[in-house]
Write a protein that binds this ligand. Structure first.
Ligand code: IMP
Length: 197
């Protein structure tokens, strides 16, 4: 069975990735499980750039297929902030309660139709022969008036989806995976992986 290394230390992401790629004939392991330590500067201007930077850095350290992702929240009214800076917005160590409240404050008085936003995820694959493939997935929504929900992480409590009329933090993991940016990007990548393993 082929091995695929996913360049993340995030256990939530690993769980999501294993669920989505479960019927692929491959053993999916994290960098940590593989004993690889990676410290790369994500200095790209786009989600795609950053995903490729991470995947290429990890690929130098193994002969296996490597996947990496980069994701974030784009709020249209704020010129697509926080965008590629989503994790670093107001500082890496600032709690998401604070980050989410700061974004809600910046949108104070802005009507629903101007609060449109999306989560974006780029997934990059680097194959042992050097081939690089990148897939993007998105989920459209809007920034609610208040945080809600206990599931998910990051900006989920303020990101609302029209079809469910609630935030993505109020969805179950299965519901979110089925429509999420990461789910969509990984499902697109799965089709490419199937052709190559
Ligand atoms: P990275 O992809 O690990 O670099 O992280 C991007 C950042 O974007 C995360 O730390 C979160 O702040 C945000 N983000 C990405 N995906 C999601 C999501 O599904 N829900 C909430 N926040 C997200």
């Amino acid at each position: 069975m082929k091995k695929i290394i996913f360049a993340t230390g995030n256990q939530d992401k690993m769980r999501e990735i294993r669920e989505i790629l479960k019927d692929l004939d491959a053993n999916i392991v994290s960098l940590k499980e593989e004993g690889i330590q990676l410290d790369v500067e994500e200095n790209g201007m786009t989600f795609e750039d950053n995903a490729v930077i991470k995947a290429k850095a990890a690929a130098k350290m193994t002969d296996a297929i490597v996947l990496a992702d980069d994701s974030g929240l784009e709020i249209d009214y704020l010129n697509k902030e926080p965008g590629v800076y989503s994790a670093r917005y107001l500082g890496e160590d600032t709690s998401y309660d604070v980050k989410n409240q700061a974004l809600l404050d910046r949108l104070s008085g802005v009507p629903k139709e101007s609060r449109t936003a999306r989560f974006v995820c780029a997934v990059a694959a680097v194959f042992p022969d050097g081939e690089v493939i990148v897939k993007r997935g998105t989920i459209e929504g809007y920034i609610g008036e208040n945080p809600e929900g206990e599931n998910g992480f990051g900006y989920d409590p303020i990101f609302y989806v029209e079809n469910y009329n609630c935030s993505t933090a109020a969805l179950s993991r299965e519901q979110k995976n089925a429509i999420s940016h990461r789910g969509n990007a990984l499902r697109a990548m799965k089709a490419e992986l199937e052709k190559r393993i």
